[in-house]
Design a protein around this ligand. Structure first.
Ligand SMILES: Nc1ncnc2c1ncn2[C@@H]1O[C@H](COP(=O)(O)OP(=O)(O)OP(=O)(O)O)[C@@H](O)[C@H]1O
Ligand SMILES: [Mg+2]
Length: 378
């Protein structure tokens, strides 16, 4: 595949452009081959979707008999949307002439869908209409049956799975779980970035998906491996990167995959032959300048205490005692109640990331560029 820039900031472009994740890929494949479903969880933009694409490519490589299906349900808000997304993914993944494609199309045509073209991808999308709940549930079961009765095993990855908790229909989790638990030919990977929602869906004994899958938490990439990956791609292009410049990138972006990739992508585009500290600082500042407009808008919208709370987190880097007297007075946050409320509200808005360890929690600003910008501006 020809690629203009080896530092991908969208999707997956093959294993040359994918750093490490060997252990995680191994675990995913082991689960799939061993017959268990997996829940894949990490903060936003760490590389869950990338890992899914990578694992799918590896699975196809090692076991060509497997079929793989990726369904992104981030834009769905009803069970009906879910069925449409699943159907569209099946149609766009399995060619009309393949046996799965043929069976599926014959089925779907029988329930009179209408088609539209996705304005971003240009791919066709299926829309189904149901006159009553029963028909909707039956259709879902029949579609899953088609996957399940395929002659070879199918890996199905559902991205942004927590979305199903937002559907207005009752008992969606129970309904899906009741179908999925009888599937043996189909292996699922459920992926999501809302840790609290995903965890409670799979770890709460009262919920249908309880203990149904093994959990895989994705952490940051290994520092040495990521460093070698970055250096390698610059050198392949006849360029060099100085040690202090490389260290600075990994620190400044906190090794949060998307942000590290973004900085490297822009540095690569920038074209300097020898990448030194001034080159890196220039790129980082450019990014903050461009993104700064959006961040300033947030200042207008957010209550002042929440804004100060964010500044506090950004300046400290990471805070575990958000209700401590010193943190609250240093950043003029008000009271312990305001601090706790700010944390909860900002976490809900995806502006704050809460890390939960065995016996401690810590908070940081979710968007690394926003964090660096706050740190520099205030
Ligand atoms: N191992 C990797 N090596 C290099 N680039 C990666 C790797 N993993 C992910 N990326 C890149 O980092 C960016 C973020 O990854 P990705 O979209 O997979 O994250 P995510 O966890 O699915 O995010 P979200 O929570 O927003 O869905 C993407 O541009 C992706 O191409
Ligand atoms: Mg993703």
């Amino acid at each position: 595949m020809y690629i203009e820039n080896p530092f991908i900031i969208k999707g997956y472009a093959g294993k040359e452009y994918f750093c490490d994740r060997e252990k995680e890929t191994y675990t995913l494949l082991k689960n799939i081959l061993g017959g268990s479903d997996t829940v894949l969880i990490s903060p936003r933009r760490y590389g869950k979707s990338g890992l899914i694409f990578h694992a799918m490519a590896e699975l196809k490589n090692l076991h060509p008999e497997f079929e793989t299906l990726y369904v992104d349900i981030s834009a769905t808000s009803t069970l009906n949307n879910f069925i449409d997304s699943l159907s569209s993914a099946i149609m766009n993944t399995f060619p009309e002439k393949s046996s799965l494609g043929k069976t599926f199309l014959a089925f779907i045509k029988g329930i009179r869908p209408y088609f539209t073209l996705n304005q971003y991808t240009g791919k066709p999308e299926i829309h189904l209409e149901f006159s009553h709940e029963e028909q909707k549930n039956n259709t879902l079961r029949q579609i899953l049956d088609i996957l399940e009765s395929h002659s070879s095993p199918v890996m199905v990855a559902i991205d942004e799975f927590q979305q199903i908790t937002e559907y207005p229909e009752k008992n969606v989790e129970a309904l899906l779980r009741s179908h999925i638990q009888h599937m043996h030919n189909t292996r699922f990977v459920f992926c999501g970035s809302r840790r609290r929602m995903m965890s409670s869906m799979f770890n709460d004994a009262a919920r249908p998906f309880y203990a149904s899958s093994s959990t895989l938490y994705l952490n940051k990439l290994d520092r040495d491996k990521y460093g070698a990956f970055i250096r390698g791609h610059f050198e392949e292009n006849g360029r060099t990167i100085q040690e202090d410049a490389l260290d600075y990138i990994l620190d400044w972006t906190k090794r949060h995959t998307y942000y590290t990739q973004r900085v490297c992508n822009e540095l690569y585009f920038d074209g300097a032959r020898n990448i030194d500290m001034p080159a890196v600082l220039r790129i980082c500042n450019n990014i903050l300048e461009t993104e700064g407009f959006n961040f300033l808008m947030l200042k207008e919208i957010l209550p002042v205490q929440q804004w100060r709370f964010l500044i506090g987190l950004a300046k400290e880097g990471s805070v575990s005692q958000i209700t401590s007297a010193s943190f609250i007075s240093k950043y003029k946050i008000g009271s312990t109640t305001t601090a706790s409320r700010a944390a909860e509200s900002l976490e809900g808005k995806d502006l704050v990331l809460k890390h939960t360890e065995k016996d401690s929690v810590s908070y940081e600003v979710d968007n690394v560029f926003f964090s660096r910008w706050l740190e520099a501006e205030f």
